[in-house]
Design a protein around this ligand. Structure first.
Ligand code: CA
Length: 700
């Protein structure tokens, strides 16, 4: 695999960070203003925004916990976050209070010394909006500004809360109320505005970024990331230019490109950087578009923070066929490259290139593979990826690396200006992609990827060859020499976000529940704690009264297919030196065997097969027996549905009888007769699984 794309000369790292504050610096009582956010680097004690500072380096100058003392680290206290769903937030800390979120966009304020819950705000998301979330009802955290706390909700609202009481101050619907949009990302503050994106590029959405006045909630600007219907005026010239990269009637499916995670602000340049999701549907053929680049999907886009104008873009995956969103973390740094100081941004993309880009101009500096990659063979002199034609999905199927879950995903990365290394979770993996349901019809009320989940043909065997490809690790990456400095191989596929500190430590959790400290310079394991449940979120650190704390949310996201992931209740874990708290035992036990059904639903073998296809199309996205939230009991395993549940099956599926629990009505999608076929399929599955387990028992 061609490692590099641009040869860079010998380079050194600039030390661009000002003097560090002292441990336990007095917390200030004045409201959090622009100056405080700009100077956050100098404040060692607090964690004021998603990535700690505007650069989002997630590197803390705190060093009470260092490579010598970390062996004394222990649990200080924990908080039950009252969910079995995924937790992905980074808590913020200000004036002795932690602000974080749980599943369903619920906000918590917690005493940062003791763990006492000060207030909790449940925005009351309608549970059936879960239908419009690809990957669990997660939230990545809040923003703080002035006297308020800001959160985006699963159903697309931006809500401002009073920081002291949690009482709502204002709330705006940022997305079309009847559209399949969601918000899982954290808002950011940029020049007195709250900037928020949205998710949904597995559905018929048109991605956009919005900025609201922090005090009032008035819309300041809105920037669409893909062009709309060309028969109507374009919102800005950049969208007119982008329209030339599309053909057909892309706007009917919205185009995708939702900016669902990174929003990073450089106040000196007045620019906000966002990463955009894949174009929609997943396959160019279904977008009516075999050759177009489909701007500004799968791109890093720089937007003028004061006006919303698109200033530059760099497209990481032109004409994407593989769900390669460019929504991985963006980190800003000032580096010396080829003897020149450069203001850069860095991103480990889902597509397995690690990008270093000049953040003033958008010019590519380097793009280097950091994980297994077959979709491209390199980058050409103009900065475009050289696509491997064999990686385009065909009827025969193509195994492609990275997989659709990415070489890296949303999990935050950290960058230490001392070591000059970027610390990130990496996953090698592959996915089998095959061309698409020829009968594909766009359903604006449902997913629009264009996959055929009923597919069970001869390619199925190929899927078995994917498992050995899947490997996970923690990597320390040098963005100047564009080389891996060290790696720690993990037993499972998925690991969490990272935190680096001036104590020469990198903290990271894993899907199997290990929470560990590694030496930042060489990756040596220094300390390890069993969190009892998987960790995907990033740790953060803060200090109060001379004590440094490290906090992390433990709970795996619901949809991962990693057998090493441990399930259990979501918790906030907070550590300090000589912490002696005990973690309550994990009450989630492995599921008991599925009992054989005691009754049948009348159906022919062909109808059972048809029911399996319908299950794949409509049910599996949540009720997949391999998913964490099904295994933990948060969402029912339908193979366990008893006779009483089957008696009301149609009322549940079509009538919306369990809407308040999160089960939407599929009355528009599934007929009564099709409900019967799904029931017959589910019962048939239960029968097969229970007879296998009975046979296994009989063998002992
Ligand atoms: Ca996507």
């Amino acid at each position: 695999m061609s490692p590099i794309l641009r040869t860079l000369g010998r380079a050194t790292l600039a030390i661009g960070i000002g003097s560090f504050g002292l441990l336990g610096a007095c917390s200030r009582s004045h409201d959090l203003d622009d100056a405080a956010l700009r100077d956050a680097d100098a404040d060692s004690a607090e964690w004021l925004s998603y990535g700690r500072t505007y650069s989002e380096q997630r590197h803390s100058p705190l060093k009470q916990i260092d490579e010598a003392s970390v062996s004394r680290l222990g649990l200080a206290w924990s908080v039950d976050m009252q969910t079995l769903r995924g937790l992905e937030a980074t808590p913020l800390e200000r004036d002795g209070v932690l602000y974080t979120t749980s599943a369903w966009s619920v906000v918590y304020a917690i005493d940062a010394r003791t763990g006492k819950v000060l207030w909790r705000h449940d925005p009351g998301v309608p549970k059936d909006h879960a239908k419009f979330v690809c990957c669990d009802v997660v939230n990545r955290g809040v923003a703080l500004y002035g006297d308020k706390v800001y959160v985006g909700t699963i159903d697309g609202r931006l809500v401002a809360l009073d920081r002291k009481t949690g009482a709502p101050v204002w709330s705006v619907q940022t997305t079309p109320i009847d559209g399949p949009y969601a918000i899982t990302g954290a808002p950011r503050i940029a020049g007195g505005k709250v900037v928020i994106g949205n998710a949904g590029s597995e559905y018929a959405v048109r991605g956009f970024l919005s900025a609201y006045q922090a005090e009032t909630g008035d819309l300041a600007w809105r920037t669409y990331l893909v062009p709309g219907d060309p028969s109507k005026p374009f919102e800005q010239d950049a969208l007119r230019r982008a329209a030339a990269s599309w053909s057909g009637q892309w706007y009917k499916a919205g185009g995708g490109a939702s900016p669902w995670d990174p929003i990073v602000y450089d106040p000196a340049l007045d620019l906000v950087y966002v990463g955009t999701a894949n174009a929609n549907p997943w396959y160019p053929e279904l977008r009516g578009d075999k050759e177009g680049d489909n701007l500004y999907a799968s791109s890093i886009v720089a937007i003028r923070a004061s006006t919303g104008e698109i200033v530059w873009h760099y497209q990481t995956t032109p004409g994407d066929s593989w769900d390669y969103d460019a929504t991985q973390p963006i980190t800003l740094a000032d580096l010396v490259i080829d003897g020149r100081p450069r203001k850069v941004l860095m991103q480990p993309n889902k597509n397995a290139f690690l990008y270093v880009i000049d953040r003033e101009t958008g010019k590519l500096i380097s793009a280097t593979p950091y994980a297994s990659m077959t979709w491209a063979t390199g980058i050409d002199s103009s900065g475009r990826p050289i696509v491997n034609p064999a990686a385009r999905p065909t009827a025969m199927g193509a195994i492609v690396s990275p997989a659709d879950y990415g070489a890296h995903n949303w999990n935050p990365t950290s960058f230490s200006p001392t070591t000059g290394l970027l610390y990130l979770a990496v996953t090698d993996g592959g996915v089998l992609l095959h061309v698409v349901d020829p009968k594909f019809k766009l359903n604006p009320n449902d997913r629009t990827m264009g996959l055929d989940p009923r597919y069970a043909g001869p390619l199925k065997a190929k899927r078995d060859s994917l498992a050995p490809l899947a490997k996970g690790r923690l990597v320390a990456w040098n963005p100047v020499t564009h080389r891996e400095a060290w790696r720690v191989d993990h037993p499972g596929l998925r690991s969490g976000g990272t935190l680096s500190t001036a104590g020469n430590i990198v903290f990271q959790g894993r899907g199997d529940g290990s929470f560990a400290a590694y030496r930042a310079t060489d990756g040596k394991l220094l300390w390890q704690y069993d969190a009892q449940v998987g960790i995907a979120a990033a740790p953060m650190t803060y200090a109060i009264d001379g004590v440094q704390y490290v906090a992390v949310l433990a709970a795996p996201p619901g949809y991962y297919l990693d057998p090493k992931i441990r399930l259990g209740p979501g918790r906030l874990l907070v550590f300090a030196l000589d912490g002696k708290a005990a973690l309550p035992p994990n009450p989630v036990r492995p599921a008991t065997p599925i009992p054989p059904p005691t009754f049948t639903v009348k159906a022919t073998p062909a109808e059972i097969t048809e029911g399996g296809g319908l299950f794949g199309m409509y049910c599996r996205r949540c009720h997949n027996p391999d998913f964490n939230y099904v295994k933990s009991g948060s969402i029912p395993d339908l193979r366990r549905a008893n006779e009483a549940t089957h008696a009301t099956f149609e009322q549940i599926v079509r009538g919306g009888a369990r809407r308040t629990l999160g089960m939407p009505s599929f009355a528009k999608d599934i007929s009564s007769d099709q409900v019967r076929m799904i029931e017959a399929y589910v019962l048939d599955q239960a029968r097969q699984v229970s007879s296998v387990s009975r046979a296994a028992e009989g063998g002992h």
